[in-house]
Write a protein of this length. Structure first.
Length: 320
């Protein structure tokens, strides 16, 4: 750890100097099929949707304020499809306060333990919904799916119900989504919190905790973080993305299976991305670029977390 901190310290000091001088079961299958075909949002009154009755917003508010029990007046499948349908609702009071909040709670309580594979597959499909469109409302489904998929992976870390192939396939999908995602907004005046990178970081951290990922897979996760940081972007992060990416890297380090030399080489690669171009007074673009700013901020956050000895979630095995 001390050598890693020394490498980070040198890069951070160099960066600061540069800145100052450059101003599946049958049940699983049914859940997956219905999740991937569910629409967005709910209505304020009851109305039929095929054979399923869509409940009012007030209904779901009452579920939340009473401790988020699983409703007994309808099937879990119908409730799940409706809640997943809220994940791309433009109103964050429905999307985050109801859809994400209730699903996260149910996942953590083990409600879906026997359906975890199908639920996760449905969320993985959501990562590709509208992928490639910059600053498009479809990002809401992708980023919400990432956040919930992280909870599914964390639940498996506790309950240990999924097979290695499933987790590795989800990891491939998560990596492919994050490095191809064009919309890195953390917030929108019209849509509220988006947190694309932050939620992606939480998903990487959840994967890094999984017993199914070994040295090779964890090294790939570091490469994903590096590719994300060094890829050109118009977005400068302002909503905790650097802290959460740094925590994902800390989760990899805490597994203590990736060679120190690999981590040091990864840090050096990022450090090279924070060095300004060899120009004086005639640079064609402003420096630092958004990606260089984001990389520097993430390296500083990682150094601080290493210095403080930051650990993870106390409710997850091996992460406290």
């Amino acid at each position: 750890m001390s050598i890693i901190k020394q490498a980070l310290s040198a890069i951070i000091c160099q960066s600061a100097t540069s800145a100052s001088s450059h101003a599946v079961s049958a049940g699983d299958s049914a859940v997956w099929n219905r999740i991937t075909s569910s629409g967005a949002g709910t209505t304020a009154s009851l109305r039929p949707r095929g054979t399923m009755t869509v409940m009012s917003d007030e209904y779901w508010h009452s579920v939340k304020v009473t401790g988020m029990p699983v409703p007994v007046d309808r099937s879990l499948e119908d409730s799940t499809v409706e809640l997943v349908g809220m994940l791309d609702h433009p109103d964050p009071r429905l999307r985050d306060d109801l859809g994400v909040s209730v699903l996260t709670t149910w996942i953590g309580r083990g409600v879906y333990d026997e359906l975890l594979h199908g639920l996760g597959d449905g969320l993985v499909a959501g990562l590709n919904h509208g992928l490639g469109r910059p600053e498009d409302p479809t990002v809401l489904r992708r980023t919400s799916s990432a956040l919930l998929l992280a909870e599914v992976v964390n639940r498996d870390t506790v309950a240990q119900v999924l097979d290695p192939g499933t987790l590795l396939a989800w990891g491939d999908a998560a990596a492919g989504w994050l490095v191809r995602e064009q919309d890195q907004r953390g917030w929108s005046a019209d849509l509220g919190p988006i947190h694309t990178v932050a939620n992606g970081a939480d998903l990487l951290a959840a994967l890094a905790r999984s017993r199914h990922l070994g040295r090779l897979e964890l090294t790939v996760l570091l490469d994903v973080v590096g590719d994300l940081l060094l890829s050109p972007t118009p977005h400068v992060w302002h909503h905790g993305e650097d802290d959460r990416l740094a925590h994902a890297v800390m989760t990899v380090i805490h597994r203590a299976v990736v060679d120190r030399a690999v981590v040091e080489a990864w840090i050096a690669r990022l450090g090279a991305g924070t060095r300004p171009p060899a120009t004086r007074g005639h640079a064609s673009t402003p420096w630092p670029t958004p990606s260089a700013r984001n990389t520097s901020a993430t390296l500083r956050a990682l150094y601080l977390q290493l210095a403080l000895g930051v650990r993870g979630r106390v409710d997850l095995p091996g992460d406290a």
